[in-house]
Design a protein around this ligand. Structure first.
Ligand code: NAP
Length: 326
């Protein structure tokens, strides 16, 4: 059901230095795509309309993977809400609109599971979108991402027939892997725990304290699987893709399909790292939502499943963490 690969297509991967963008570039290169275009943030500021227009006019790519975004944890989202909504709206509006103006027919927009209502039924299906209130801490970011999905759908609806526009959106669950952010205060749970356990092992600390009860359950997907899913979905034949989505509900969840408690995750990470001390949970600290699992039924219907289990993925991630310490 996928379109035969034309490996000479000119493909622009926006955000190629990020965790997801770099994994998409790895995947495309491994498949033999030979004409991948990338630009650093310094070379091309995607919030700048003129720069983006000039880039598309000059390069005229055939396809775009839009993995550039301003991303961050709860603290950053809470502290800089204006920057999160402005930068993301500008980047995606510039890229999607200029891509359209300069003849790009295929584009994949990367969103996030935070687009879903805070109290969405679990596992979260695509049709939970706009069915309830968002989590307030990252509402500005989520609103920008929802606008990105709706922009893709609107361009498909208005220009699909006349210009052959086929813009798709994917909503990944929590991702981890090489290129993750290990910032001590502003990182996601897997990189934060890898760093903490690694430092505890190196410092011979007898125990590691983890905030919260450890009971919340979360889903994690290895970033190379995310990249594989992105390329897979991009390459699906249009009639087949359209037969499984609605024009105004076209985004596709990308998840692993199974969740783990933070306790299970912490034990697995300590084993992967070889930390032999004790793991303590500080239940006086807040837990967050008890459960967050996406439904990947739609993606499975297309014929795709993740291949890297959590333990394998953590081994690869830790190897890359250690390699980058030097
Ligand atoms: N990581 C996850 O767990 C996760 C989960 C779900 C969804 N996603 C989605 O996946 C996408 C990519 O996330 P990621 O984790 O790969 O983020 P990331 O590692 O922070 O990468 C984002 C990239 O975008 C670039 N960028 C930001 N502002 C830019 C601008 N104005 N002009 C040009 N480039 C700019 C950044 O470059 P600089 O660093 O140089 O600014 C960076 O290379 C996002 O849409 C995110 O919502 C990620």
């Amino acid at each position: 059901m996928s379109v035969p690969n034309n490996l000479n297509q000119k493909i622009y991967v926006a955000g190629h230095r990020g965790m997801v963008g770099s994994a998409i570039v790895r995947n495309l290169q491994a498949q033999g795509y030979s004409h991948i275009i990338v630009k650093t943030h310094a070379e091309l500021d995607l919030t700048n309309q003129i720069q983006v227009a000039t880039f598309f006019e000059t390069e005229k790519p055939d396809q775009v993977y839009l993995a550039a975004a301003k991303v961050g944890g709860i603290k950053a989202n809470n502290t800089f809400p204006a920057e999160f909504i402005y930068n993301n709206l500008m980047m995606q509006s510039n890229v999607i609109h200029q891509a359209f103006l300069f003849g790009v027919r295929k584009l994949l927009f990367l969103g996030s599971s935070c687009i879903y209502p805070k109290l969405a039924p679990q596992p979260i299906r695509e049709d939970a979108l706009l069915a309830g209130k968002l989590e307030p801490t990252n509402e500005p970011y989520a609103i920008a991402k929802i606008a990105g999905i709706k922009m893709c759908e609107s361009y498909n609806r208005q220009y699909g027939q006349s210009h052959g526009i086929d813009y798709r959106s994917v909503m990944p669950t929590n991702l981890y892997g090489p290129g993750d952010n290990y910032h001590p205060e502003n990182s996601h749970v897997i990189p934060a725990l890898i760093r903490r356990f690694h430092e505890a092992k190196m410092g011979n600390n007898p125990y590691v304290v983890i905030w919260g009860s450890g009971t919340p359950r979360r889903e994690f997907l290895y970033v190379d699987d995310m990249a594989a899913a992105s390329v897979f979905l991009m390459e699906l034949e249009k009639n087949f893709f359209d037969s499984k989505v609605d024009p105004m509900l076209s985004h596709v969840n990308v998840g692993f399909g199974k969740d783990y408690s933070i306790i299970e995750l912490a034990r697995m990470i300590s084993e992967v790292i070889g930390y032999e001390g004790e793991i303590r949970f500080d239940s006086t600290m807040p837990d967050g939502a008890p459960l967050k699992l996406m439904s990947s039924k739609k993606l499975n219907l297309f014929g795709w499943r993740a291949v890297t289990d959590l333990e394998q993925g953590l081994h690869k991630t830790y190897t890359s963490f250690v390699e980058n310490l030097g």
